[in-house]
Design a protein. Structure first.
Length: 192
């Protein structure tokens, strides 16, 4: 039974490495990830993204070595923080769009968020309640939410480091709809 579980876990890790390597390559090509993650081998393997993913995976291994009973809950809380941040960003962007549309600066899309902007404010309130609930789950939830004191400034500093490159790519694509022409990967050569 252990061999079956171990094989399934390794298969999942392999699929995760492959997919995140490809995703990292793609977003590096758009200027939104470190440049080294765009590197490809001669056979078309995105080794830059795979290396970064493997290094991050080692943090999980170290966490499990130091806190084996709490590692799963810590990782679960960290992923929940990422999901909350993603949804909060979406709602904040929608509220900004609503404000710009009311000022006549932007045109609103045909589909409008129901009960906007009030539904956006309610969603943000709900996400805040979830965050407070997580923080009250002592000690792991409290420490996980407390990491935001370090993570938010680090992400902000990271944005200021890469914003010129990201904005240059955005200006290049301004007004373009549909698939954007990108540099193609070299064709994979067969090993005769």
């Amino acid at each position: 039974m252990n061999i079956v579980v171990l094989t399934a876990a390794l298969s999942s890790l392999n699929a995760g490495l492959y997919s995140t390597g490809r995703v990292m390559h793609s977003i590096a090509m758009s200027g939104s990830a470190p440049r080294f993650t765009a590197r490809m081998s001669k056979s078309g393997v995105p080794y830059g993204g795979i290396v970064l993913t493997a290094v991050i995976t080692l943090f999980g291994v170290a966490l499990n070595a130091f806190k084996p009973g709490e590692a799963f809950e810590i990782v679960l809380n960290m992923s929940a923080l990422g999901i909350i941040a993603g949804w909060a960003t979406i709602v904040l962007c929608q509220l900004r769009l609503h404000k710009l549309a009311n000022a006549g600066i932007m045109q609103r899309p045909r589909f409008r968020m129901p009960f906007s902007p009030y539904s956006g404010y309610l969603t943000l309130l709900f996400l805040l309640v979830v965050l407070v609930t997580m923080a009250s789950d002592k000690p792991i939830g409290t420490w996980t939410v407390a990491t935001l004191i370090i993570v938010i400034p680090a992400l902000t500093a990271g944005w200021y480091l890469v914003r010129k490159r990201v904005m240059a790519v955005a200006r290049e694509r301004l007004g373009h709809t549909g698939p954007f022409p990108a540099v193609a990967n070299p064709p994979v050569r067969s090993r005769d």
